[in-house]
Design a protein around this ligand. Structure first.
Ligand code: G1P
Ligand code: ZN
Length: 544
């Protein structure tokens, strides 16, 4: 078969420091654009004889077209075996699972996570290594560099492969296996959790649950596991059919975008347990009846109850959370006398800790929770973990959380996002704040006085790599904290994220509205940084 070397002009579309390339579909449709990135990946990681590559995505618009191109390029670049999910589908955690299970060199995952899809939406591509996790920064930076200099890419001449039938065939000299995208992942879940106890729970007439797949990739996974293997009634999974534009919705599992689920949870027919996942299946939101469970609390509750689950029966090696995530899990770690690591935002920092056996569970405030079973956060896994805990404790989720607060205290948490800001003024706002950090301690803003302020820096305890300027932290004298950073995942303008948390040990003050409880901290940050005024906004665009 003919291998073509096609001249391309270099693209440098990837933001340095990010784990992949996330752009609008329109940008990806430019000639040679995707090809440039893929060749940069192959050139950087180097393909050795006999190696297996995993390929799949969240099914959004452009997924199928991209898979055809990448398959032909993999064949031209010497990949021995390509495992591709049927229909081009692999959720991000399932891709991680398949890479690990089949000893692959790595995988290419196509997704723009929770960003909207469709011809006018976003698309993304990233490379995960042989541990199943996002490539480390040294590799992504090398990919970025290569994508800015390469002049040619390699691709074979061939028609499209059939993605819709599980089969084995060759493409050029490469063996292609179209695999069931769900089977390996579902098997892994069965090996972690007590499916018998969970099946008994979902069989109870009084227990009802609803999983909102948001027309994204987890639909087939949730139907197979929740409805088929655990026996939940048909229809437990709503919006189960993945669609190229996520049914026109925004596949982000929060109270704003998962409104259909939220209405069900607050409706007349009581639903005991609700959950949702995002575009590529790595995020989760869990809800009790009329009760929102903050992701920071969810991580803490799972850590505190981990020994109820077969896979974690012998305890946790340690836990980790991203810096802006509330300190609820730190309190659990202290009680369990296990280490707790604070990492910069982004999943890649957890991978090293897991590979070194330092942590078992980890999570982020942005609806990401995971464990060392794969090297990505895992939405459905978190939901199954909750189900297992609910089954063991025989309590509704809200009671489990309230008990947790009584024992450890409550960490109120909220995140305020200011979206679509102009990039330069947003960067200037942060730069000005950084310049003033040393002068803040001792100053009073509204009800609060600043105790300490810094710009979070991280030194990886495993490989000693360093990450600077990971977000401004301001600690106040009542124990509350405000954090400010710019998003690294948006595709248009800048998004400024402000995070607030406060610790409460008085049971009488544990049922305040979150925004009310955090008001002094929110007001103090605004007085310090002038966010509303400088962004020209009355308030945040999204509050989670
Ligand atoms: C956001 C989240 C972060 C998460 C990332 C990828 O990044 O805040 O926790 O790891 O998406 O899902 P950000 O846009 O804040 O850089
Ligand atoms: Zn995601």
């Amino acid at each position: 078969m003919n291998i073509l070397s096609i001249d391309t002009r270099p693209f440098t579309g990837q933001k340095p420091g990010t784990s992949g390339l996330r752009k609008t579909v329109r940008e990806f449709q430019q000639p040679h654009y995707l090809e440039n990135f893929v060749q940069a990946v192959f050139d950087t990681v180097g393909i050795k004889a006999g190696q297996t590559l995993v390929l799949g995505g969240d099914g959004r618009f452009h997924n199928r077209a991209a898979i055809q191109v990448i398959a032909r390029m993999a064949a031209a670049n010497g990949v021995a075996r390509l495992l591709v999910g049927r229909g081009g589908i692999l959720s991000t955690p399932a891709a991680s699972c398949v890479i690990r299970k089949h000893g692959a060199m790595g995988g290419i995952i196509l997704s723009a996570s929770h960003n909207p899809g469709g011809p006018e939406g976003d698309f993304g591509i990233k490379y995960n290594g042989s541990n199943g996790g996002p490539a480390p920064e040294a590799v992504t930076n090398a990919i970025y560099k290569a994508s800015g200099t390469i002049a040619q890419y390699r691709i074979i001449e061939s028609g499209d492969i059939d993605l819709d039938t599980e089969a084995e065939f060759t493409l050029g000299e490469m063996q292609v296996q179209v695999i069931d995208p769900v089977a390996d992942y579902a098997g892994l879940m069965e090996s972690l959790f007590d499916f018998e106890a969970m099946a008994a729970l979902v069989a109870r007439p009084k227990f009802t649950m609803c999983f909102d797949a948001m027309h994204a990739v987890t639909g087939p996974y949730a139907v197979e596991i929740l409805e088929k293997r655990l026996g939940a009634p048909e229809g437990t999974v709503i919006n189960a059919e993945p669609s190229e534009d996520f049914g026109g919705g925004h596949p982000d599992p929060n109270l704003v975008h998962a409104h259909e689920l939220v209405e069900l949870m607050n409706g007349d027919e009581p639903v005991a347990f609700g959950a949702a996942s995002d575009g590529d299946g790595d995020r989760n939101m869990v809800l009790g009846q009329g009760f929102y469970i903050n992701p920071c609390d969810s991580l803490a509750v799972l850590a505190a109850n981990a020994t109820l689950v077969p896979a974690y029966r012998n305890g946790l090696a340690g836990v980790a959370r991203s810096m802006p995530t509330s300190r609820a899990v730190d309190r659990v770690a202290e009680g369990l006398e296990i280490p707790c690591f604070e990492t910069p935002t982004g999943w890649k920092y957890f991978g090293n800790l897991m590979d070194a056996g330092k942590i078992t569970l980890c999570g982020e405030e942005s609806f990401g929770t995971g464990s060392d079973h794969v090297r990505e956060k895992d939405g459905l896994w978190a939901v199954l973990f909750w189900l297992n805990v609910i089954a063991e404790r025989d309590q509704p989720p809200q009671a489990i959380v309230r008990d947790h607060w009584e024992r450890y205290g409550r960490d109120y948490f909220t995140r305020h996002d200011y979206e679509n800001l102009e990039s330069l003024p947003a960067q200037q706002l942060l730069a000005d704040l950084r310049a003033r950090l040393d002068s803040l301690p001792g100053q009073t803003f509204g009800e609060l006085t600043v105790d300490a302020a810094d710009d979070f820096a991280y030194r990886d305890p495993v490989d000693a790599s360093e990450a600077q300027q990971q977000g401004v932290r301001i600690f106040f004298d009542d124990g509350s904290r405000a954090v400010v950073r710019l998003s690294g995942t948006g595709t248009g303008g800048a998004t400024l994220r402000a995070y607030f948390d406060a610790f409460e040990t008085d049971p009488a003050r544990m049922s305040l509205g979150t925004q009310k409880a955090l008001e002094p901290c929110i007001e103090a940050l605004d007085a310090i940084a002038g966010i509303r005024e400088r962004c020209g906004r009355d308030g945040p665009d999204v509050i989670t």
